[in-house]
Structures are given as structure tokens and as C-alpha cells.
Design a protein around this ligand. Structure first.
Ligand code: NAP
Length: 494
């Protein structure tokens, strides 16, 4: 039966938010802002920040302009630079959590191990790692995307005599200054690490399985005068965040993602190609660094200095295949041995896990693993049939690319809020209809195959069947879809 949302408000809804990263904090702040008091955030780590807690590698920077990588309701005049360093971003989230009074609602070191929907009681039974339990009317899964390290299966890794670790598990005891360091991986992470470590190391080997297109971007620090001006006149911040230029870039970039053979992608391609041709002097190195796929097929690397650093005499770009790792270093298939003291595995993440390994069981005992047996997916990236009152932020099939995930999460929250209103006014269950979900998935997959992500390269954007796991339409279409749910696509039980 459809409920009307004009019935009396249920003030006692219990919300469990999973994850105290950017999206979980957003949910907590927004619930509090609405006057909700019965919510809690369970966080598996010992502090907030999600990806900005787990990643602490040298050179960690967000390649989205800092004033755009902030909550719309919490501008920050104090960013030190156009692109903010990771520790500053983590500190920003801590400050916001304190300023908005949600820190006390977070329970740290409390990993959620299970969520089971009780159909009769219309609620979620939650189990935690320490054996305690909780119940919730609503679960907000804000557990992040890139948080399960992909440690490569390279023979002999354990035998390495030096320190070897994944980029998201940085070993602070590793001696880097004057050391011989290897970095495996050329994603945003590997490029940032190489850039930061090159000046510090005696020798650095960048192991490149695939080259990357590099988008040259400006970088500058904000002076104390700039920051004082932002503080005195916050509209200066708005002029960056909401500038026509910034948003036109986002729209143009997304048009390019959706139409990889169109003029917007051609313009991007021209910029990155020109960057390679004009920045890399040695023709042999230039060819090593030249990708054979369309720009942004893999996530485009934004860097103002990577090419400068890899051209320094203490850097080797190794494009051969790794055979194995031995105590002294990395042995290539051609027999070359790179002797190393430290080996950094910037080899990315298992991007298909999302909330898993938490065991999520929906209506009728359906497990999330079963629902996602082909690929992780969610209706408009947020809701799943048979998993009522369960909402994902930055879940599967959401927009991915070189833009602010904060903006994505805020728009998703605007959508979720409208569904929550039904629960607040008497509905017991809200879940998308299966046929609506299947229709969405069919349309999405068809469109996704035509995006640049499906144009012929490997990346974490592709699911196990090689289908891009992303939002395949324009940014404007995403904003429009988030502005109001199609309620007719939902079963709203009262
Ligand atoms: P990634 O983009 O998935 O890159 C992983 C790299 O490791 C690739 O170069 C991959 O090579 C290589 N690799 C994986 N297994 C390997 C193996 N067995 N042998 C040799 N090479 C191997 O991971 P990431 O760099 O950590 O970045 C992940 C995402 O995090 C980014 O796309 C971005 O969304 C986000 N990120 C953002 C920022 C930012 O500034 N906003 C910074 C860092 C990360 P192939 O390409 O050949 O597979």
C-alpha cells in the first residue's frame, strides 16, 4: 500500500550510519540539522576522514580544487593551496565534525560486521565486530569505494629484505631519504608518490605497467593575504566554487566522458598530447610514457610536475614486466634486477567491494553478495530492491571522474532525504521496485559501454565483465536525477 507523506511525523526513527568519512559525516550533519537525534555513526577506524585517514603517503593531494572539495555548507577560507594536501583535508573533516557537533555521535573502532533486515519488524539488526548489536530503522552505508587495498600477487613479495607496503598502508618506519625506492603503479597515487619522493631518494624506479595521460594543471599556494581575504569576504570562495568556468569545465569534462569521440574529448586529448610532446625531452622516455588509449579512459592524472620529476637523473621508468621479487629487489622478465631498499605498491584498490565484507542480508534473506553476484549495482547508485530503508552514498554506478565526490554525495543526500520523509511520516519500508532497477541497469550498461571508460583500456572503473561501473550520462543529468526521486519507481509500504 502506498503511504501518503502527510501522516504524523515519526520522531523516533533510528539511523545507523556506516563510516565516518566524508559521506558519513555529511549524513550525520544533515540528520542533526533536521533535528534528528537518534542516529549513530559506526566507524571501523580510530579517527574520521575515511580515505584521508587511510592514505598518508608523501605527496598525498586532492586533485580537485580545494575550495570545490569542501562541503557547500562549510566553506574553508584556510586552505593552504589551490590543491590541498591530504593531512589538511583530514583536519578539515575533523574541524567540520566538531563545528557541527557530530563527533559525539561517532563510535570508533566499531566495524559493522552484519546488517540483517527483519521484515516483520521493519528494521535492520546490526552486529558489530566486538559482538555488540544495534537496531536501525534506516541504514546509511557510507563506507567508501577505494578502501580495500589491491596487493598484487607478485611472486616472492614476502621475501623482499627491505620494507614493502601498499600505498594506503604507509609504513612510517621506512627510511626514504637517500634510499633506493621502487614505486609500482602509475595511477594518481603512484604519480603523486613519485613526484614527492624523487627529490628525497638516491634512486627511484617507477614500475609502469601502463602509461598515463597527464593533464597539466596550475598549482599555487594561497598566501596569508589570500586567506585573510577569504575570511573577510566569503563570496570570494563562492566565486571559485561556483564560478562559471569551474562548472563549465565539469560539464565539458563529463560531455567528453560520455562522448569519447566528440569535440570535448578531442580538446582534452590535444592538451594532454601537447603536454607529453613538449614536456618530455628524451624521445625514448617520451615513447615509454605515451599511452595508446583515449585520455580519461583511465582516471586522468592531474599533475603540474610529474613529467619534471620523471626526467630527473635519479629516476628510471621501468616498462618491462615484473618477473618476481627477491630479497635484493625486483627482478624483471628480461633478467634486470632493480636493487631496492623500499618498495611501494601503489597498485590501487578492490573497487567492487563497497560495504563488503560486512554481511548485508535484505528482505527474505537475500544477501548482498547474491544481489551483486554479477556486479555491484544500485538504483541510481543509492538504493537496492529487497534492501528496504538502506541507502548508499557514493555507492556503485555513481559518477566517477575528476570532480568533487563531495558534490556527488550532497546531491545524493538531497535525494535520500526525500525518501526518508516517507519513513518519517509513517511508511515502514522504502525500496526501489525490481523492474525499475532492472530498467535503470539495462539503460546504464548500454550507455556505459559507450563512455570513454569502455573505449579500450584497463582500469578500476571496469567491473568483472568489463562494463564501466559508473554513471554513464552527463553531470547535468545526474543533478537532475538527484533533484527528485521518481517515487513511482519505489515501493513505499505503510
Ligand atoms: P589505480 O588508479 O587503480 O592504479 C593502480 C596502478 O597499479 C595502475 O597503474 C596499475 O597498472 C598498477 N598495477 C596494479 N597491479 C599491478 C601489478 N600486479 N603489476 C604492476 N602494476 C600493477 O590506483 P590509485 O593510483 O591508488 O588510484 C585509485 C583512485 O584513487 C584514483 O583513480 C582516484 O579516483 C583516487 N585517487 C585520487 C587522488 C586525487 O588526487 N583526487 C589521488 C590518489 C587517488 P594498470 O594501469 O596497467 O592496471
Amino acid at each position: 500500500m502506498e503511504s501518503s507523506n502527510t501522516t504524523a511525523r515519526n520522531a523516533n526513527l533510528r539511523y545507523v550510519i556506516i563510516g565516518a568519512g566524508m559521506a558519513g559525516l555529511l549524513a550525520a550533519i544533515k540528520l542533526k540539522e533536521r533535528g534528528e537525534t537518534n542516529f549513530i555513526v559506526y566507524e571501523k577506524g580510530d579517527s574520521i576522514g575515511g580515505t584521508w585517514r587511510e592514505n598518508r603517503y608523501p605527496g598525498l593531494t586532492c586533485d580537485v580544487p580545494a575550495h570545490a572539495y569542501t562541503y557547500s555548507f562549510a566553506p574553508n577560507p584556510d586552505w593552504s593551496a589551490f590543491y590541498a594536501p591530504g593531512p589538511e583535508i583530514k583536519a578539515y573533516f575533523e574541524k567540520v565534525a566538531n563545528d557541527f557537533g557530530v563527533m559525539n555521535s561517532i563510535r570508533f573502532n566499531r566495524e559493522v560486521t552484519g546488517c540483517r533486515f527483519d521484515d516483520a519488524a521493519n528494521r535492520w539488526d546490526i552486529t558489530l565486530v566486538d559482538g555488540t548489536t544495534d537496531t536501525a530503522d534506516v541504514v546509511i552505508a557510507a563506507s567508501g569505494v577505494l578502501h580495500h587495498p589491491n596487493v598484487p600477487d607478485i611472486a616472492g613479495l614476502e621475501s623482499f629484505a627491505g620494507k614493502a607496503f601498499h600505498s594506503a598502508r604507509w609504513d612510517d618506519t621506512a627510511e626514504l631519504d637517500g634510499a633506493r625506492v621502487g614505486v609500482v603503479g602509475t595511477g594518481s597515487t603512484g604519480v603523486q608518490i613519485v613526484t614527492a619522493l624523487q627529490p628525497r631518494t638516491a634512486h627511484l624506479v617507477h614500475f609502469q605497467r601502463s602509461p598515463q595521460w597527464i593533464m597539466p594543471v596550475p598549482f599555487f599556494e594561497y598566501s596569508e593575504e589570500d586567506r585573510a581575504a577569504f575570511r573577510a569576504n566569503p563570496s570570494l570562495i563562492d566565486q571559485i566554487r561556483y564560478s562559471e568556468e569551474y562548472w563549465e569545465n565539469i560539464y565539458r569534462f563529463n560531455r567528453a566522458l560520455v562522448d569519447p569521440h566528440g569535440p570535448d574529448m578531442q580538446a582534452i586529448q590535444n592538451v594532454v598530447l601537447n603536454n607529453l610532446e613538449t614536456s618530455v625531452k628524451d624521445p625514448v622516455l617520451r615513447e615509454k610514457l605515451r599511452p595508446n588509449y583515449i585520455a580519461a579512459c583511465k582516471r586522468l592524472i592531474y599533475s603540474w610536475c610529474y613529467y619534471d620529476h620523471v626526467q630527473q637523473p635519479n629516476v628510471t621508468v621501468e616498462t618491462g614486466r615484473i618477473d618476481h621479487i627477491e630479497p635484493a629487489g625486483v627482478r624483471m622478465q628480461d633478467g634486470t634486477l632493480h636493487e631496492l631498499d623500499v618498495l611501494v605498491l601503489a597498485t590501487g584498490f578492490k573497487a567492487d567491494r563497497f560495504i563488503r565484507p560486512t554481511v548485508v542480508t535484505g528482505r527474505g534473506g537475500v544477501s548482498l553478495d547474491d544481489a551483486w553476484s554479477v556486479r555491484p549495482s544500485a538504483y541510481y547508485a543509492m538504493t537496492i530492491p529487497d534492501f528496504p530503508n538502506f541507502f548508499m552514498l557514493n555507492g556503485p554506478t555513481g559518477p566517477v571522474g575528476n570532480f568533487s565526490l563531495i558534490d556527488i554525495a550532497e546531491r545524493q543526500w538531497g535525494y535520500i532525504e526525500q525518501l526518508l520523509e516517507h519513513l518519517r511520516h509513517g511508511a515502514k519500508q522504502v525500496a526501489p521496485k525490481k523492474e525499475a532497477f532492472l530498467d535503470y541497469e539495462e539503460r546504464r550498461i548500454e550507455a556505459a559501454k559507450k563512455t570513454v571508460f569502455g573505449s579500450g583500456c584497463t582500469s578500476w572503473y571496469l567491473d568483472a565483465e568489463g562494463v564501466p561501473a559508473s554513471w554513464p550520462w552527463s553531470y547535468e543529468a545526474f543533478a537532475e536525477a538527484m533533484s527528485k526521486p521518481k517515487f513511482e519507481d519505489y515501493t513505499i509500504l505503510s
